[in-house]
Design a binder for this molecule. Structure first.
Ligand code: SF4
Length: 358
C-alpha cells in the first residue's frame, strides 16, 4: 500500500519541525500502516543517533513496594485487589540492590512503588541521601506517585535527580474513565508541573491500546508531549491483569507502541524513551523492536528475585532473562545484534546537539 500524500507530508513536517497541529496527530495515528511506520522509524533512528550515538542507557529498577492506596482500573496493584500478595522492601534491601546494581554497571537507580504511606517524605529523603553517599556518580530516579509539593521539594533537596509520573492521558474525560472518582486529572497535571518547577528531569507517559482509547485521545497525548516536553516518556502496550475490571479487554499492540515511539522521538528528539518491560512482555524481541523504532533506554529489574513476581501491575510481566539486571550481558549482546550497545553512564538527557562520531 502506498502512503497518501497527506500522510507523507505530515511525516516530513514532523521530522523537520517537531510539531504538528492536533488534527494532523490524529490523522497520523489513525492512518498507521507498515509504510508509515517504516518512514517514521527511519527518521527517528537518524535523529536519536545524531544525539545519542548507538548507546542504549540502562536503569536499575528497584520495585520498593506493591502497596498502593489508589484503585486505577487497569492496574493489578490497585488497593481493592485482595488477591495480590503485597511486599515492601526494607531500606537495607534497597541499598543492597543498588550496591549490587553498581557492580553490574548501573549508574541510575529507579525507586518505583505504589502510593504507599510507609514510604514517607522523611524515609525516602533518608534513602536518597544514603544512595547518593554510597554512589555519588549515580542518578536517583523516583516513581512513587502523586505527593504534596513539599514532599517533592524535600526529595529534590535530598538529591533526587528525576521523577517518573505517567500522565496516563491528556484528556480529562478519558482520565476519569480510567480512574475512580478520588483521582483527578488536574491533580496529576499539577504534580507534573511541580516536578518540573522543582528541577526534576520529569517523566510522563501513557498506555497504548488501553480500553476505550481513541486516535483523538492519543493525539492529545502527543500534543501534550510537544508542549510540556518531558525529559522522559514511558509508553508501553496496555496488558490486562486478571483481577481488574479490565481483565477481559484486549492488549495493546507492539506495532502501535513502536509507531508511537517513533513519533515521540520526532516530537522531542532528546527525550529519554524506554523500550518498556511491557513491550518485551507482549512479543518476543519487543524490546529490540522498540529500540529500532526510536527508544534509547531499558530498565532491567534489580529488585530481589523473590519480590519481582509479586509486583504484578499486569499479567505475565517479565522479570527474568534480559529483563533482569543479571541478564545484562545477554541484553548487551541483543543490542549489539541490532547495531546498538549498552552505555555504562548516568544517561542524562542531552540539552544540545553534540558532535557524535559513533
Ligand atoms: S497505577 Fe500506580 S497509582 Fe494506580 S493502582 Fe497501580 S500502582 Fe497504584
Amino acid at each position: 500500500m502506498i502512503m497518501d500524500e497527506k500522510l507523507q507530508h505530515i511525516i516530513e513536517q514532523l521530522a523537520c519541525e517537531h510539531a504538528l497541529p492536533l488534527e494532523s496527530y490524529e490523522y497520523l495515528v489513525a492512518k498507521q500502516s507498515p509504510q508509515a511506520a517504516a518512514a517514521l522509524a527511519e527518521h527517528a533512528a537518524a535523529q536519536r543517533r545524531a544525539l545519542y550515538g548507538n548507546g542504549v542507557f540502562i536503569r536499575g529498577l528497584i520495585e520498593v513496594s506493591s502497596y498502593c492506596k489508589n484503585d486505577c482500573y487497569y492496574c493489578g496493584l490497585r488497593a481493592s485487589n485482595a488477591s495480590c500478595e503485597r511486599f515492601r522492601l526494607s531500606d537495607e534491601q534497597i541499598l543492597a540492590c543498588a550496591d549490587a546494581g553498581y557492580e553490574l554497571g548501573f549508574r541510575t537507580f529507579v525507586l518505583q512503588g505504589g502510593e504507599d504511606a510507609q514510604f514517607s517524605e522523611e524515609r525516602v529523603a533518608a534513602l536518597i541521601y544514603a544512595l547518593k553517599e554510597a554512589h555519588p556518580d549515580c542518578a536517583v530516579t523516583l516513581s512513587l506517585g502523586e505527593r504534596p509539593r513539599e514532599t517533592y521539594a524535600a526529595w529534590r533537596a535530598a538529591g533526587a535527580d528525576r521523577y517518573l509520573l505517567r500522565h496516563e492521558t491528556a484528556d480529562a474525560n478519558y482520565y476519569a474513565q480510567l480512574h475512580p472518582g478520588g483521582m483527578s486529572f488536574e491533580r496529576r497535571m499539577e504534580c507534573l508541573q511541580w516536578l518540573r518547577d522543582l528541577g526534576f528531569a520529569t517523566g510522563a507517559g501513557f498506555m497504548v491500546g488501553a480500553p476505550g482509547q481513541t486516535a483523538a485521545h492519543i493525539a492529545a497525548d502527543l500534543k501534550f508531549i510537544e508542549t510540556f516536553k518531558p525529559e522522559m516518556c514511558g509508553i508501553g502496550p496496555f496488558i490486562p491483569h486478571h483481577a481488574t475490571p479490565y481483565a477481559n479487554e484486549p492488549a495493546g499492540t507492539l506495532e502501535q507502541t513502536c509507531y508511537l515511539l517513533s513519533i515521540i522521538r520526532l516530537i522531542h528528539p532528546p527525550i529519554l524513551l524506554p523500550a518498556t518491560t511491557a513491550l518485551g512482555t507482549i512479543a518476543e524481541g519487543g524490546r529490540e523492536q522498540g529500540i529500532l523504532a526510536g527508544a534509547n533506554v531499558v530498565m532491567p529489574n534489580l529488585s530481589p528475585a523473590d519480590t519481582r513476581a509479586k509486583y504484578e501491575i499486569y499479567d505475565n510481566k517479565l522479570a527474568t532473562g534480559v529483563e533482569s539486571a543479571e541478564g545484562l550481558a545477554e541484553l548487551d549482546a541483543r543490542m549489539q545484534a541490532i547495531g546498538y550497545r549498552i552505555a555504562i553512564d548516568r544517561g542524562d538527557p542531552v540539552t544540545e546537539k553534540p558532535d557524535r562520531e559513533d
